[in-house]
Design a protein around this ligand. Structure first.
Ligand code: BDR
Ligand code: CA
Length: 311
């Protein structure tokens, strides 16, 4: 079977890191490049975390640094240090890579890869959508070059930053609006399903039991998440790995087509993904939205995928 050729745009980030590990070993995926953005922590950390992780696992994939902040500054800075720790990977330390980042910035690399792959590139976006929006602003033809966008973001119901907004979308609602309106074929994996993608101590044991660098790293991250959980933090939620699963193992999820737009004006609803669930807007559906999860299938896929790591 032909591998999907993907670029990951991320704000690494504990759960981003697990998604990256899964992507590196997923038999049906080929990771062409990884681009970073400010989100969970500043882009300085998200970039270093990404480069250190990829090189630690022995992969030579280009990592390009992206935007330092959203299109429109709407808050002091929208980090999620309470969940991901000050530097993004909790208390997990990776060996510092001596390699350089790509000489291209994230936006240039996204465009270059899209042109090079001539319509075959798929983007898995698991952070704020700033880089992709800027790429679309600079290169409007990008919308015809990206085969599919798999986004972790938004929700049909509820939020995790405000009662109505999810973190990735809330960080840069203007960018999210631009990307969703771009007409690139798009799947949105939001909180309705990602808050059900919960791992537990048994998964930590399985990861540790692999006795590989990848298995140990994932187990270390999950241990950190579990400690945070016991202190009152969120469950071991695999938000970003579930968005990756949509690309690699689509049967893990159930989907509905909706017209989706992003609220960029609301005083209380800024960053809300408005979904036309009543089909009354008169707009054609523009997004396939994940609305149901097969949790055992997702957990099996994630476990089997990381078990493909051999060193
Ligand atoms: C999203 O926000 C980040 O904290 C996670 O990495 C995930 O991408 C969940 O709302
Ligand atoms: Ca993320």
């Amino acid at each position: 079977m032909e591998k999907k050729r993907i670029l990951i745009d991320c704000d690494t980030g504990t759960d981003d890191a697990i998604a990256i590990v899964a992507a590196l070993y997923a038999p049906d995926l080929q990771v062409e490049a990884i681009t970073t953005v400010t989100g969970n922590v500043s882009v300085k950390y998200t970039s270093e975390n990404t480069l250190n992780l990829v090189r630690h696992l022995g992969f030579d994939i280009p990592v390009a640094v992206g935007a330092w902040g959203p299109l429109k500054l709407h808050t002091d800075m929208c980090y999620a240090e309470a969940t991901h720790g000050k530097a993004g990977l909790g208390d997990v330390k990776l060996p510092k890579s001596t390699d350089s980042f790509s000489s291209k910035n994230a936006v240039e690399l996204i465009y270059e890869k899209a042109v090079e792959l001539n319509g075959e590139l798929e983007i898995v976006a698991v952070g704020p959508l700033t880089n992709i929006a800027i790429a679309l602003l600079l290169h409007p033809e990008l919308k015809n070059l990206v085969k599919h966008l798999w986004i972790m973001g938004g929700a049909v119901y509820g939020g995790n930053v405000t009662p109505t907004a999810e973190f990735n979308i809330w960080c840069d609602p203007e960018a999210a609006r631009m990307v969703l309106r771009s007409e690139i074929p798009c799947t949105l994996v939001g909180l309705d399903v990602t808050t059900k993608a919960v791992l537990d101590r048994d998964d930590i044991r399985k990861m540790r039991g692999l006795e590989t660098k990848a298995g140990d790293f994932v187990a270390d991250i999950l241990e950190f998440m579990d400690r945070r959980r016991l202190e009152g933090g969120e469950d071991l939620l695999m938000h970003d790995a579930l968005a990756l699963a949509a690309a690699a193992c689509p049967e893990c999820l159930k989907y509905k087509d909706y017209y989706v737009d992003v609220e960029c004006e609301g005083t209380y609803t800024y960053g809300h993904t408005e979904m036309d669930i009543w089909e009354e807007s008169g707009h054609e559906a523009n997004v396939s939205v994940a609305v149901g999860i097969d949790l055992p299938m997702f957990k099996k896929w994630l476990g089997d995928t990381i078990a493909c790591s051999k060193l």
